[in-house]
Design a protein around this ligand. Structure first.
Ligand code: OAD
Length: 247
């Protein structure tokens, strides 16, 4: 990818000017330029011997709660040291400029909110929250005993991050709002996601079915690429600020 201005087709520029409701789905690629490794790149270094399925399932947690807790603690530290990038900031600006804007994210890093985005629909939870594995309720404080994972102060069960693991259902209200937005928007952007993990991956296809213009922003191709109306190849931190200029 060179650093010259992005070639944005004129019909997309027109769609950006006319749009009433923009729905955006983001994946871990939007946080890559903040230094947070994407989900499928995160198995590096110390963690390279583990597949996501070995770390992000209820079964993995039951088998080895310490391993899973420590992996999320490592990711949580990375996230708290990271800053939102130009891609996150461009989405905040866009939200201000269009009548209706729905931001749906698969990310658990909270960087959209830290950039200033409001009403973010979090499909996969948030790494900054903790819940009880047994009771499935949010726990804000617990006694620090040095045990990993710590224990629920009410029932003594293990605590876990409030994120959605493989094999778990997504938060119902968040998913309903996301599907409703995909079905009613006139422009849908799929940004920095490999579009392989369902049900989030079906959202751009819902939008396509309802006649929305669908744009993919990703340096690589995904299962959505052949179906998208426009594919903008490049990092979100470069492409998004250019797109927003046209609104
Ligand atoms: P992935 O790691 O599967 O995909 C990241 C995508 O971002 C890839 O398609 C990259 O090409 C793209 N990418 C990398 N750098 C980028 C950049 N600077 N700008 C734009 N795109 C870039 O991450 P997700 O699609 O988010 O779920 O993964 C979806 C879900 O799978 C995650 O939420 C997680 C995981 O299982 C759960 O934990 C339930």
């Amino acid at each position: 990818m060179n650093s010259t201005a992005l070639d944005i087709p004129s019909n997309l520029i027109q769609a950006l000017r006319d749009v009433h409701h923009v729905a955006v789905l983001t994946g871990s690629g939007i946080s890559a330029e903040s230094g947070v490794p994407t989900f499928r790149e995160a198995q590096t270094g110390l963690w390279s011997r583990f597949k996501p399925e070995d770390l992000a399932t209820p079964e993995a947690f039951k088998r080895n709660p310490k391993l899973v807790w420590e992996w999320y603690a490592w990711r949580g530290e990375l996230v708290s040291g990271a800053q939102p990038n130009a891609g996150h900031v461009a989405l905040v600006e866009w939200q201000r400029r269009v009548p209706q804007f729905t931001l749906i994210t698969q990310n658990v890093d909270g960087l959209h909110q830290r950039a200033g985005s409001g009403n973010v629909i979090e499909l996969h939870g948030n790494i900054g929250r903790t819940k009880c594995f047994e009771e499935n309720r949010i726990v804000e404080k617990w006694p620090e005993t040095g045990e990993a994972p710590p224990r629920c102060p009410r029932c003594g069960g293990h605590l876990r991050p409030d994120v959605v693991w493989f094999g778990e259902t997504l938060p119902v209200e968040a998913l309903e709002r996301a599907v409703a937005a995909a079905r009613s928007c006139d422009l849908f952007l799929s940004i920095g996601t490999s579009t392989v993990v369902h049900p989030a991956a079906s959202l751009p296809f819902e939008a396509l079915e309802q006649g929305a213009t669908v744009v993919e922003i990703n340096p690589d191709s995904t299962p959505l690429t052949p179906h998208a109306h426009h594919v903008l190849r490049g990092p979100a931190g470069r492409v998004l600020p250019e797109l927003v200029r046209h609104r």
